[in-house]
Design a binder for this molecule. Structure first.
Ligand SMILES: Nc1nc2c(ncn2[C@@H]2O[C@H](COP(=O)(O)OP(=O)(O)OP(=O)(O)O)[C@@H](O)[C@H]2O)c(=O)[nH]1
Ligand SMILES: [Zn+2]
Length: 354
């Protein structure tokens, strides 16, 4: 099987980044496991392990771990093994905070052109979650969108679209139903040849159903890897990146339950553009929007132009981002201090032994 990499987004910029090492060939990650990636290459689907350089880089900073959507430089060894030896620069990346104490980032998807926040219409969409995921989508560098699924299950999808459009300034909001096919055509331009659409949303939002509806029967689908699990059942190997029949790809991220803000100050500002505009009109640059005179935010709350829910939501995310930034600074400072301690200790040992 041959795969047309250009239809998956391979371009001159990526090619020149790979050109430094003529022994490497390109591959795009469809899924990443512990130390092993499944990649699409011109010669077909390959399983590659991470080379030493990549492992070392990821040890320093987990953001350097390859993830779905990444382009890798793959080396073929004389004994038939293949390793991923180069992570090509990402054009865009969706990064969330890991749940552990280290406060590092985890890349959910890379090289997306559009990042769609997927939320069901039924049950009622969680507005706070949409805002949170939109901040991630904006921050990624991809064009954000909102996709409201299961439109067939509600009486008035238009009303819900209007409600969500209010909290997504500058973002296209789509209502779709995979069941009756309505609204899908509006999403098709997002998965054109060479373009990649990412889906971010909770489990049960209908992401997999949407992937199937949009992807059609691709060559990959027909050749889908099947394996038998421990209970003797056939399971379809989970692939995060799915090539689309006519070109393009969709990246399905695993159901996201909690997304902690990482380095999302810009994403939060863009998600709450109208609040940021109000803040700029407050008389005092450091206005706390409490009792200060000339507070444009409070005026908007009082007139009803800004909803209390929206304000609280902005406050929460903005504070979370600030808190995370402080934590990161403290961690970096501690790492720096530890390094100097080590250097001094080594120097002392050096002079003692002279
Ligand atoms: N009525 C209706 N139900 C839908 C639609 N799309 C998906 N569903 C149902 O919603 C449920 C969840 O859909 P999935 O596609 O598995 O959701 P998911 O987001 O991929 O969830 P995870 O795989 O757990 O991440 C399934 O029972 C689907 O049949 C739709 O357009 N209309
Ligand atoms: Zn104010």
């Amino acid at each position: 099987m041959t795969i047309d990499l250009a239809s998956l987004g391979w371009d001159a910029t990526l090619a020149s980044a790979l050109a430094a090492d003529p022994d490497l060939t390109p591959g795009r990650v469809t899924r990443a496991d512990q130390g092993v990636c499944t990649v699409l290459t011109a010669a077909g689907v390959l399983r590659v392990s991470l080379g030493g350089g990549l492992l070392a880089a990821a040890g320093e900073d987990p953001v350097q771990l390859p993830c779905a959507g990444d382009w890798l430089g793959v080396r073929a060894w004389p004994d038939g093994r293949r390793t991923a030896d180069l992570l090509l620069p990402r054009r865009t990346a969706v990064v969330r905070r890991t749940s552990d104490k280290a406060a590092t980032g985890q890349v959910l998807a890379a090289n997306l052109d559009a990042a769609a926040v997927v939320e069901p219409m039924d049950p009622t969409p969680d507005l706070g979650r949409i805002e949170r995921l939109l901040a991630l989508a904006w921050e990624s560098g991809a064009t954000p969108a909102v996709v409201l699924t299961k439109a067939d299950a509600v009486a008035d999808p238009g009303a819900i679209v209007a409600q969500v459009a209010d909290l997504a300034p500058g973002v296209a909001v789509h209502a779709v139903s995979a069941r009756d096919g309505s609204g899908l055509d509006a999403l098709r331009p997002l998965v054109a040849p060479g373009r990649t659409l990412g889906l971010l949303g909770p489990s049960g939002a209908g992401k997999s159903t949407l992937v199937n509806a949009l992807a059609g029967v691709s060559a990959m689908e027909v050749q889908q890897v099947r394996r038998v699990d421990g209970k003797g059942r056939h399971t379809t190997t989970y692939r995060a990146l799915v090539p689309v029949a006519g070109g393009g790809a969709i990246v399905d991220t695993p159901g996201i339950r909690a997304v902690g803000m990482f380095d999302n100050a810009d994403g939060v500002d863009r998600t709450f553009a109208e609040v940021v505009e109000l803040v700029a009109q407050c008389r005092f640059a450091d206005c706390g929007h409490a009792a200060e005179p000339g507070c444009a935010v409070r005026a908007a709350l009082e007139s009803g132009d800004l909803s209390r829910r929206r304000f609280d939501s902005w406050r929460r995310l903005e504070r979370e981002v600030a808190y995370e930034a402080r934590r990161r600074d403290v961690r970096l400072a501690a790492a720096e201090k530890a390094k100097w301690k080590r250097v001094h200790r080594e120097q002392r040992a050096h002079y003692r032994h002279r």
